[in-house]
Design a protein around this ligand. Structure first.
Ligand code: ADP
Length: 270
């Protein structure tokens, strides 16, 4: 980690304040190199696993132009505004995970697609400052895909304590890991682990594992940047079905087990 903060291109001490009465112990960003690798699905599953262990969990859906967290949990409608003018997160049906997303804040969330950077940043800022998050053990931030300006700006505003990187075997793993590593370094937070999604599939007849997208150089990239591959998640028809139905909270144990090391890394944070 760089020691001299005066060399940083921006201040890392200038984080936004939470609304009065809100307290969040750990803020974790989930990032990916591009869309479609399963970043939101992994964010949702990590939230589910942490909530199952009894932690109070929230998800801030910062992926404004591809907001999918509410759909994964089958959440619909608009967020309530409290007497104090704060947005009240919507709770998931089974585990009470507190969700804030543009898809729950606007009648027409598709409008965000045409927003420029400053407006996107402003919206995310409000999802932090103007929300009654209450007391949370973990807030998972589903980041916009990519490792360019917008996600960096978002990460800079929030007091992050770690980053989870999601890749898929089709991804440019080395480049994604390298960028995430440098991004985390600039923000002076650790990369807590890598999750490779769609890593393999299991034959429904013989149970044999096979790789759908060919060989994967993720472990080499991990070694090079000294970060851990914490999970290899299969391409799973049950997961696809549950996400389509907005029922991700009812995911079976086996997917949870593939995420176990990642969940443990989060759960053991001081
Ligand atoms: P991202 O957030 O990276 O854009 P999503 O999490 O929205 O990606 O996932 C994209 C699609 O892929 C979703 O329809 C999701 O249900 C599906 N998907 C993601 N991971 C898996 C998996 N391991 N097995 C089956 N389907 C998956």
């Amino acid at each position: 980690m760089p020691e001299n903060r005066s060399n940083m291109p921006f201040s890392v001490d200038n984080h936004l304040a939470l609304s009065e009465g809100s307290q969040i112990k750990h803020v974790i960003a989930v990032v990916s190199g591009k869309g479609g690798v399963g970043k939101s699905t992994v964010t949702a599953l990590l939230a589910v696993e942490l909530a199952k262990q009894g932690y109070k969990v929230g998800i801030l859906d910062a992926d404004l132009t591809g907001a999918s967290i509410p759909y994964l949990f089958g959440l619909q409608g608009l967020l309530r505004v409290s007497d104090k003018g704060l947005l009240e997160p919507m709770e998931t049906k089974k585990l009470g995970i507190r969700v804030v997303s543009i898809a729950l804040a606007m009648e027409n969330p598709e409008m965000a697609v045409i927003w420029r950077g400053p407006l996107l940043s402003k919206a995310i800022q409000q999802f932090w400052t103007d929300v009654n998050w209450g007391e949370l053990d973990y807030l998972l931030v589903d980041m916009p895909p990519g490792t360019s300006d917008v996600p960096l700006t978002v990460m800079q505003m929030l007091p992050l304590q770690g980053v989870v990187v999601v890749t898929s075997p089709q991804d440019m793993a080395r480049s994604v890991v390298k960028k995430a590593y440098h991004m985390a370094n600039q923000l002076q937070v650790p990369v807590l682990g890598l999750v490779e999604n769609m890593s393999y599939a299991v034959c429904p007849h013989c149970g044999e594992r096979f790789s759908v997208f060919g060989q994967k150089p993720l472990s080499e990239a991990a070694k090079e940047f000294n970060v851990q591959v914490c999970a290899e998640m299969p391409l799973d028809p049950q997961l696809a079905e549950l996400t389509d139905k907005g029922d991700i909270e009812n995911i079976g144990e086996s997917i949870g087990l593939t995420l176990q090391s990642m969940v443990e890394a989060l759960a053991s944070m001081p």
